[in-house]
Design a binder for this molecule. Structure first.
Ligand code: GTQ
Length: 370
């Protein structure tokens, strides 16, 4: 063997032993997109989720499950049970009388109700009742517990920025040491929160957009997100109905985002939450974003068309993901009904880091930055 070959071999060996890798060996892995671990477009169909969750609700007790959720696990990210490299989601089922004990964690969390009445999440002393379509926020660091006071199962979608927290090595901590102190008494550890706020506190305090109370404290627990924890579906529908007379975005149709009423910014630092409405007959142009979005079909049915003729078909209550970099457009296939898509995106994170870009493809194939 020539000395150069020998020297190269020992260079490799010595480097590896010291935790060093040669760029020229790694280059193919770094530069070739085929070697990246990426989320792929994927649909989870309600008709598949519902029977499995129903079965879990029969045979997996809450005491064992802590959260009785089936996690949306993107096949491109296995073995992680993540939707994207930033977004985690699950579909949770609470039988009447069931509850989950109070806890908090660094990732921000949200619930979005699909079915059943009587479900609630208590967040920093506010009991947030949930109905279909409502968004309940538990921003980073806020204490929360769940329950179902009704007489039917309640099913909701949980979305968290847990993978982002994990990727940032902010390994998340699930904290259950919740104490309450009454003046002059010793702190008592509890598994549920005492409700200290009036019913519907969030909506009473902040529901008129553009107006905030100036005599109240807007800091709620450790949250760096919105002090408004509940966004009612009926308000989203009302807002979208008011927007119908305006020209829609050529790619996204009519859309709204829930915002922090105090800052006007996103409701949690990392994710945006909103609704897209594609009116019957609306034809969207293709677009591509550097952010990833997860959707839940609240009303209507249709499909997402992507490059190379790939298509995802979806129906009411289905959940699907469009990862960053995908050319896509949503098609409302119901000729007489509006499509309503609930959407959660990591765009605020991308924007804060200077990574957010989006493009539109015109009918003639021209690509324009937006
Ligand atoms: O319901 O609070 O799926 O804290 C993961 C973490 C649900 C919840 C999850 C959580 C919750």
């Amino acid at each position: 063997m020539s000395t150069v070959v020998q020297e190269r071999e020992s260079l490799t060996k010595n480097s590896r032993q010291l935790g060093l890798t040669e760029y020229w060996v790694e280059r193919e892995i770094i530069e070739n997109p085929a070697n990246r671990t990426t989320a792929v477009p994927f649909v989870w169909h309600w008709k598949d989720i519902q029977p499995l969750l129903a079965k879990a609700s029969d045979i997996v007790p809450m005491e064992e499950a802590y959260r009785r959720a089936l996690l949306f696990s993107n096949p491109g990210l296995a073995p992680k049970a993540w939707m994207t490299t930033t977004i985690y989601g699950g579909c949770s089922w609470y039988n009447p009388g069931e509850s989950a004990e109070v806890h908090r964690h660094p990732p921000s969390a949200s619930r979005f109700v699909l079915q059943g009445n009587g479900g609630w999440t208590a967040v920093e002393g506010e009991k947030c009742m949930m109905a279909r379509g409502d968004l309940i926020l538990t921003p980073n660091g806020t204490w929360h517990n769940h329950g179902n006071d009704g007489n039917e199962p309640v099913i909701w979608v949980d979305i968290l920025d847990l993978p982002l927290a994990e990727n940032l090595n902010n390994s998340w901590v699930m904290e259950y040491d919740y104490y309450e102190v009454k003046s002059g008494e010793k702190a008592v550890q509890r598994t549920t929160q005492t409700i200290t706020k009036t019913d519907d506190y969030s909506v009473k305090t902040y529901s008129v957009g553009g107006i905030k109370p100036t005599f109240m404290d807007h800091q709620r627990g450790l949250s760096t997100g919105s002090p408004m924890f509940v966004y009612r579906w009926a308000d989203a529908v009302k807002a979208l109905n008011n927007l119908r007379e305006f020209e829609p975005d050529p790619c996204g149709g009519h859309s709204i985002e829930y915002i922090n009423p105090i800052t006007g910014g996103t409701v949690v630092p990392t994710l945006s939450f909103g609704v897209y409405m594609h009116e019957a007959g609306f034809q969207a142009d293709f677009q591509r974003k550097t952010s990833s979005t997860v959707y839940c079909v609240i009303q209507g049915k249709g499909r997402t068309e992507m490059d190379n003729g790939k298509v995802m078909e979806w129906d009411e209550n289905d959940v699907f993901v469009v990862p960053s970099g995908t050319w896509y457009r949503h098609v409302n296939t119901d000729p007489s009904n509006d499509l309503m898509l609930y959407a959660v995106s990591d765009e605020p994170t991308l924007t804060k880091l200077g990574f957010f870009v989006r493009h539109r493809r015109l009918a003639d194939g021209t690509i324009v930055a937006r």
